[in-house]
Design a binder for this molecule. Structure first.
Ligand SMILES: C[S@@+](CC[C@H](N)C(=O)[O-])C[C@H]1O[C@@H](n2cnc3c(N)ncnc32)[C@H](O)[C@@H]1O
Length: 324
């Protein structure tokens, strides 16, 4: 990453932390969970028995890889596979191996806000799948979309896995999908994972594991503020709290202050007052059904052309194309 890109991400972090902690109610964006430690904690989350999402999407890839790739490029003319929020690419590698095995002409463009994640993934692919063409980019979804238009003249398949879309409430998800639509050509497609509504307890458990890994992941945002912005958050004075509303399908994560306290953030010249039991909202993990996904697609100028589910029907990946 150039030092300019790094500065932009740092400024965005400081600006958004300032905005979120001076608002009422307080909030911080989940996109700031991810740095070296956050990436490692998320990898641990993916291995937790409670976090069904990863296995479900992995199953979909294992079960349906041939048909998924056919839906991407039946004639094997070649395409650019762009992944937004790629993380460690654990599940994507199932598809990438199949693409190589079947000699699809493809360049893989993983994009992520975390420099650590992109550097790790690019290095890992260079050793595990050395024949694959890879061009990693660091950046925020909304900002990198404009760059995508000019990647090449080939067909583009844009993947959004891990139910990353679920971190956005519906109006913001529509804004994101509309922007995606605006950089696509008629033949391009989106391959996107949506975690499905299910037993509310199963959803709650996925974001509130017994071993406390999710709590540590949630608190990593405070660790980052302490380290990168000169904050003095006492991590023991906040608890991780998860709620799920089965009506709207929205799971929300909070950090709750267990006492009245003041936190200084030196780089922002900011003092933040917390009342006892005041919350910071940190993450949304939206759950969906077919009707909601169809509505989101239509609102954003897409049609659903295919869908793939795991055996338990916990999770679905949909193929979106631009509507005529
Ligand atoms: C829940 S993880 C999922 C990772 C991967 N897609 C998977 O399914 O395993 C979310 C990933 O998206 C990245 N991310 C989150 N918000 C982002 C944003 N606004 N722009 C770019 N990347 C983002 C994070 O750094 C992280 O690697």
């Amino acid at each position: 990453m150039s030092s300019k890109d790094q500065n932009v991400l740092m400024c965005t972090f400081g600006k958004e932390v300032h905005e979120g902690l001076t608002s009422f109610p307080k909030y911080l964006s989940s996109k700031f969970f991810y740095d070296e430690l956050g990436d490692k904690l998320f990898q641990k989350i993916m291995d937790l028995p409670e976090y069904y999402l990863t296995n479900a999407e992995y199953d979909i890839f294992q079960l349906h890889k041939t048909n998924i790739l056919k839906s991407f490029d039946a004639s094997k003319k070649g395409f650019d596979l762009i992944e937004l929020g790629a993380g460690d690419g654990k599940k994507t590698k199932v598809l990438l191996k199949e693409l190589l095995k079947e000699s699809y002409p493809v360049t893989y463009h993983p994009i992520d806000i975390s420099k650590h994640a992109i550097d790790g993934l690019v290095d890992n692919l260079a050793s595990e799948l050395s024949e694959l063409q890879v061009q990693g980019q660091i950046g925020e979804y909304f900002e990198v979309l404009d760059r995508l238009k000019h990647i090449s003249d080939r067909k583009k398949v844009i993947m959004v896995l891990g139910s990353n879309i679920g971190n956005l409430l519906h109006p913001r998800a529509i804004q994101f999908l509309k922007k995606l639509n605006s950089v696509m050509n008629t033949d391009d497609e989106v391959f996107i994972g949506f975690d499905q509504k299910k037993h509310p307890q199963k959803v709650l458990d996925a974001y509130n594991d017994k071993t406390g890994v999710t709590a540590a992941f949630n608190k990593n945002i405070l660790t980052r503020i302490n380290r990168e912005l000169g904050g003095n958050f006492d991590l023991d004075a906040f608890i991780h709290w998860e709620v799920y509303d089965p009506e709207s399908g929205t799971a929300k994560s909070y950090l709750v202050s267990t006492k009245k306290q003041t936190v200084d953030i030196d780089c922002l010249e900011l003092q933040v007052q917390f009342e006892a039991w005041e919350s910071i909202h940190t993450e949304i993990s939206q759950k969906y059904d077919d009707d909601t996904v169809k509505w989101l697609a239509e609102e954003s100028g897409f049609v659903i052309t295919d869908a793939f589910s795991d055996k338990d029907k916990y999770y679905k990946n949909y193929v979106f194309k631009k509507s005529e």
